[in-house]
Write a protein that binds this ligand. Sequence first.
Ligand code: SF4
Length: 448
Amino acid sequence: MANNILDERQCSISGVDQKGRGVACEKESVSGAVSQRACVYCGARVVLNPITDAYHIVHGPIGCASYTWDIRGSLTSGSETYRNSYSTDLRETDIVFGGAGKLTKAIDELAEKASPKLIFVYATCIVGVIGDDIEAVCRSAEERHGIRVVPVKAPGFSGTKTQGYKLACDAIMQLMLPHSGQPKQFGVNILGDYNLAGEMWIIKGYLEAIGIPVISTIAGDSSYGKLIRAPGAALNLVQCAGSSEYLAERMDGELGIPYIKVSFFGVEDTVASILRVADALGDPVLSANARDFAAKRTAEAMPFIEKYRPKLEGKRAAIFVGGGYKAISLIRQFNELGMKTVVVGTQTGKKDEYETIGALADKDTVILDDANPAELEQFMLEKHADILVGGVKERPLAYKLGIPFCDHNHERKHPLAGFEGIENFISEINLSINSPVWGYVRGCEEIG
Ligand code: SF4
């Protein structure tokens, strides 16, 4: 292993020398390693923010509130409320004397001016330190205003981003549990899809075309009214397992709704997921519809894939994304294009996901959990990556190294899921890798 990897990080990286040893994951970030991971509060906000008619009060300094809709472009078919962000803007005197009074005033003001149905209150780092009792504040606000005010105790220092996902799932359960007694109906919930660039609408369209109604979506394009209908569904589909498998497990145990994991990235996973959903519902007509639908859409997609495959075959990809399930789909998608994944990592991947990644990847592929920029830089250069697929924090890293980049995270403006997404993904990978600009960049380097 190369020498600019911290000793404490070696166990989270599997390369040529350490193949078969497994990748240490689901651990706190190593101090001083400048992790690419977001904090606990961000993990919670990322899941809850797409609830379109919810108000989000960030109890903390104004800096924590910079996480807004702008950096997670999930789309809505209803309310636009979620595009606003509210903060108690805690200052020095609040830290000394306590901020609970300021939070009470903020909730009361919002209740008076906006008539909300649902408010989330996030406790950030400093609130965890000074110990404001946000649960008591939220409870008394619920009684005063007759609305749901849900505390999310998410100080950034209290764990990893995964802990934030769990807190968000617990908050959603708090909303659903009072409605657990409703009659069951035929249909599914989609969990862990955030309707980025309308992706959830694409998947919903596929299911409806096959004859499967969607009862509720969590949290893309959801609302308080839609969320509380979720306990009535027959099956949960978990798209982003990293953020939502815990919610699915709780809904299975406490609401009696079984779940299956799905992924709609790439032909192989999209087709497999469509068939699995239909089969899980146990109706042969739905299964036959699903097979027909998948065969038709695959046949339509293949000429496009075949057209671009010669331009991409043999290229080398690096992947660094949030969850393991997406990384797995991306490796398969690159395989479909004849590309080789040379580096693959995630922020919050789980042990079983890394095992699947290990089985799919080549022997010499570098697999790493919770990477930092120095590691990504080193391995992308060592492995001669032709493109990096990642998110907003990885983009400048790739560009500074003169490596093409594909955004597969919150900010993108075009869907990458489903058959529509397959065409967008291939177009973007081709445009980025084969852009003449990289020739100029490398030319400048040689001259410089
Ligand atoms: S780490 Fe703490 S201070 Fe920083 S954004 Fe997260 S909650 Fe706020």
